[in-house]
Design a binder for this molecule. Structure first.
Ligand code: ATP
Ligand code: MN
Length: 158
């Protein structure tokens, strides 16, 4: 069985995540056949005042309780996932898209385990001293620490 048969590609739809997508495509040469494309919704992105624990929600519940203008944001995320799905299918990958609610790093690690992927491919910004001290931009670092499988970390430059 190919080493990297099944891949998890978590995306926040940023330029950096797009660079990571190029590496997902390149993994085809290393035997990748299936890709799970994941977007994690941080519940605090939306106005959900009536919930004590917004992290315990699912996407459907969020849809039902946010104003129209925020629904448009969620729909655009869904469209963005769909677009990546079509792109990868066009290259011959089997694709599954997933949207969950939670803390991005925790959800990435959970979905990786549930889906039994062989590798996670994601972006990482080289951070300056201040960001390092404040431990900012640490989604990738947290995933590296907690993931059950290898993580392929892609930097934008260098
Ligand atoms: P900061 O969040 O401090 O602005 P950043 O966004 O530059 O920093 P990270 O949040 O660590 O850095 O993101 C790095 C990578 O993690 C992204 O390229 C993407 O692959 C993944 N990622 C981040 N947030 C999410 C999310 N909400 N859903 C799925 N993947 C994500
Ligand atoms: Mn981020």
């Amino acid at each position: 069985m190919p080493l990297f048969k099944k891949v998890l590609y978590p995306t926040d739809f940023s330029d950096l995540a797009e660079v990571a997508l190029d590496y997902v495509k390149k993994l085809k040469e290393a035997g990748a056949q299936e890709v799970v494309v994941l977007h994690v919704i941080h519940p605090l992105e939306f106005s959900l005042p009536q919930f004590d624990d917004p992290f315990a929600l699912d996407v459907a519940t969020i849809y039902a309780h946010i104003p129209e203008i925020e629904k448009a944001i969620l729909e655009s995320h869904e469209e963005a996932l769909k677009k990546i799905e079509e792109e990868l299918k066009g290259l011959g990958f089997k694709v599954k898209t997933v949207m969950t609610v939670g803390e991005p790093a925790d959800e990435i690690v959970n979905v990786a385990k549930q889906e039994q992927v062989k590798v996670i491919v994601m972006g990482y910004h080289g951070k300056g001293l201040l960001e390092r001290i404040l431990e900012m931009g640490s989604t990738t670092r947290a995933v590296i620490e907690k993931a059950h499988c290898p993580v392929l970390v892609v930097k934008k430059e260098g």
